[in-house]
Design a protein. Sequence first.
Lengths: 272, 312
Amino acid sequence: MSIDELEDMARRCRVEICRMTHRAQAGHPGGSLSEIDILSALYGRRLRVNPNEPNWTDRDRFILSKGHASPGMYALLAEMGFISHADLESYRVLGGVCQGHVDMKWCPGVDFSAGSLGMGLSFGMGCAIAARIEGSQRNAYVMLGDGELQEGSIWEAAMGAAHHELGNLKVFVDRNRIQNDDFCEVQMRMFDIPAKWSAFGWAVKEIDGHNMSEIVDAIEWMDTITDRPAVVVANTVKGKGVSFMENNPAFHGAAPSDEQLAQALSELGVTA
Amino acid sequence: MTRMAATRDGYGQALLDIADDDRVVVLEADLGKSTKSLHFRKAYPERTVSCGISEQNMLLVGAGLASSGFIPFASTFAIFTERAFEQMRNGVARPNLAVHLCGSHGGTHTGTDGSSAQSIEDLAIYRTLPNVVVMHPCDDVSTRELTKQLPALGGPSYMRTARNKTPVLYDGRESEIQIGKGITLRDGTDVAIIACGVLVSESLAAADALAAEGISASVVDMHTIKPLDGALVDSQAATCGAIVTAEDHSIIGGLGGAVAEHLMSTTPVPLERVGVPDRFGESGQADEMLELMGINARHIVAAAKRAILRKD
């Protein structure tokens, strides 16, 4: 996919994120909108997966550790053909494939049952070790939130992955600077995040997480790192693409009203 | 003379027994020398993952490996597995990934390390998790046999082993051991003692003492606490009309709790629970701890008599 095509796919996903959370009158639009450019580039350009064989043994793994940002992943899975667009209507609905938090037991294309922060990096480490033991070239990609870095177990895994020199483990930090209750700066300052990863022995790159060219370049850069794990700290805007959600802690976990949905769709180029 | 051995040695031996299955991987959190996974590590370093002193990470590395088709065996002290309880709950049990967790040094029998190392709640908390099989075998032979059956289980498990040596009961009886099936070690008619782990041999000693007083006690080794062998509990209740449970674990929620829950809905008979009262342990020798906690043979005898007195 070209940069233009990736950007348009991300825009379509933003529309679905707003629709899903509006329909459910619950969910997490803010962190879905901040991660979606990265996810679009990853799925559109790099991830070796097969919608017709979601459990293909040698697929790359994608682990959404910030599993509450599930609408973003579901929208991508629909774009890629793992699920149908009609399935998106099952978000948070009893029996639906689109559970509130992404769940490998419920939804094709989901490799990790998320929902509890701080767990995905360790799981990805296990996937990366499995690939190494098997001699497989597959990678494990993990998407972390920035607030999630406050979980101590993240740093257990950061230390472990560097110790084991997991060159097949690739991580994104969605640095949107807002967590559930408030701005990260208020809740728990994390100081120099790239320096922390670097001190733990990782290859680190910092990018603008909404600049599609920078994202694509960063994904290619990750492929050049093979002797240790790599992390891309992506500076993002929570709620990106919908003016009243942007940088607004209220939309971490709140759904748009009817009027807000109409405005959001208008801003995202959907004509009624 | 009875052979003495530690259940943790049975675990370590079993890992070697199943190593031919190249899906088997071992995860350690800096206690492999203690849990006895070290033998596997020496023989199969390429399939052993050192997680450092990071139990939460270890459980989920195991989950990632299991999701990729491997069969991970993770071990640390029972007490430290509890630090990763939510990882076991959300990362292992919920997606039903076949990670096998072994908590060694369980119970007050662990001894002089003191209360911080004496897990008395592990069986109770893991028993609450859907999909998780919970075991506490009594000797090295049964530990080895149960562990060897785990690769075929297809779901997660928790097994408690003990630090100190206990009498070996199953030499030559390996074929009797099966996950989920309690073993009747002695038939009786007046009271049934249902025990697990280090208190199984105490229960046999208690049955001897009771026999000397003309009381016929059966003894069951309930090495699998979940799923509980309810049919065996019912048949013992029907035959004996009174039951004693015995475990080196809190009286809340462990084997005694499981048997009580079961009996309430099937065959309510007098039940006396021998277990660690609602308190923590302290430093002491293993035998001193069993006496202090009121869970050795002498106390099992007393509980059996109480149960019999309560019969109609």
